[in-house]
Design a binder for this molecule. Structure first.
Ligand SMILES: *Cc1c(COP(=O)(O)O)cnc(C)c1O
Length: 395
């Protein structure tokens, strides 16, 4: 029997409070934790004057990310959005090219495509991993595209579909092997938006460098933060070299001359932000343990609530469990707003999924495949409080 309208929000609220050990103060969706060398390292930047675009912490931050992710090269940037913008430029995404990209994602996945004057082409989600729906994408490509001279052409717009952007939703790795195989068959450049997925692994390899290149974000709400920050991951030395050059105003190295050989960007991560990042990365193993413990506690607590599915890591993957997510079944989905209202009013921050990209005013006329699952999921998803510090006793 379905509990009544008033009972459902309370039932969910009680389970969340039980998992996070109830408290009087309000609980954020995701807040950063600074318990390591954050103060020491940022103070060092201020004491020495090295706060800006050059300094030892930027290099150290990149090196730490190389070791952590296994990517051969890492280039730090001012945020994840700029990292993705550079990645699309480097992948030679040109005006009027189309880029296949999820409808169910944050705006930071979509806008960088438009910055290149290319066109986002929205694709459907997998109801279990919340990533790309492989089967429907494959059927769609078979039906709606033709391969001409080794390029994938949209039959209806006649435009070149050049790339596939894969987002690892809430930190859960998409099925990269299958997506890479599909991308190869359709001559698509695979780019990973791994903004949410620092510490997530697909078949024991860290996400973000399985395709052409990928990006991370270190925004304040991500698992580790630099205040604002991002990074490009790649195994290709040429891509890495060009990424660094473009992110530093395309200035040629010289002790005193200002010579720039193309239109570059001021996208380099400042040293003071990198200092914060180094301190955060030192604590990442503990953060990941805490997140996993919290996720497992939610999962156990929600197990007997038949109208809820807790989103677990996919098989063959290890997730960072960045944002814990429940999916309401169809009978409970109509109470979604009551649940959001009740929990937020009572001091527990919860959130619905993002508004689907094709429903936003600037993207309503963009090409898209049938978005059946994404449209359903958008009404069923609720994100739960997921801060590292809730995963005691690991931090
Ligand atoms: C956070 C995020 C970004 C961009 O990150 P910023 O660092 O805020 O620019 C991009 N894509 C996704 C999916 C994100 O969650």
């Amino acid at each position: 029997m379905m509990p009544n309208t008033a009972a459902i929000p309370k039932q969910i609220f009680d389970i969340i409070t039980q998992v996070i050990n109830g408290t009087e103060k309000s609980i954020a969706l995701h807040q950063p934790l600074f318990k390591g060398n954050e103060w020491n390292y940022t103070k060092e930047c201020i004491d020495t004057g090295w706060v800006s675009s050059v300094g030892k912490f930027v290099d150290r931050f990149e090196q730490m990310l190389v070791e952590l992710t296994g990517a051969k090269f890492v280039v730090a940037t001012v945020n994840g959005t700029s990292a993705l913008h550079l990645t699309f430029l480097l992948a030679n995404i040109k005006p009027n090219d189309e880029v296949l990209t999820p409808a169910l994602t944050f705006i930071g996945t979509t806008n960088p495509i438009t910055y290149c004057q290319a066109i986002p082409h929205f694709i459907d989600s997998d109801p279990e991993t919340l990533g790309i729906n492989l089967k429907s994408l494959e059927d769609y490509l078979k039906e709606d595209t033709v391969i001409k001279n080794g390029t994938c052409i949209n039959k209806y717009t006649n435009r070149h579909i050049k790339a596939l952007s894969v987002m690892h939703t809430f930190g859960h790795p998409a099925d990269l092997d299958a997506l890479l195989d599909l991308a190869n068959r359709y001559h698509l450049i695979l780019i990973e938006d791994a903004a949410e997925a620092l510490g997530s692994y697909y078949k024991n390899i860290h996400v973000g460098h399985h395709g052409y290149a990928g990006i991370l974000s270190f925004n304040g709400n991500k698992i580790a933060t630099t205040g604002g920050g991002g990074a490009i991951l790649t195994n290709d030395p040429t891509v890495a070299k060009r990424a660094k050059h473009l992110s530093t105003t395309a200035k040629l190295p010289h002790p005193w001359l200002f010579m720039h050989d193309q239109i570059g960007f001021n996208y380099r991560l400042p040293n003071i932000n990198a200092a914060l990042g180094c301190a955060q990365l030192e604590q990442l193993p503990g953060f990941l343990k805490a997140k996993r413990a919290l996720a497992k506690a939610y999962q156990a607590a929600f197990k007997n609530l038949y109208y809820i599915t807790f989103v677990d890591e996919p098989a063959h993957a290890k997730s960072n469990f960045w944002l814990n997510t429940i999916i309401l079944d169809e009978s409970a989905a109509k109470y979604r707003d009551n649940i959001l209202e009740f929990t937020n009013t009572n001091g527990i921050m919860t959130r619905p999924a993002w508004n689907l990209q094709h429903t936003l005013p600037m993207y309503q006329s963009a090409p898209k495949m049938p978005l059946t699952h994404a449209e359903k999921l958008a009404k069923q998803i609720i994100n739960l409080p997921s801060s590292v510090e809730l995963g005691k006793p690991y931090v």
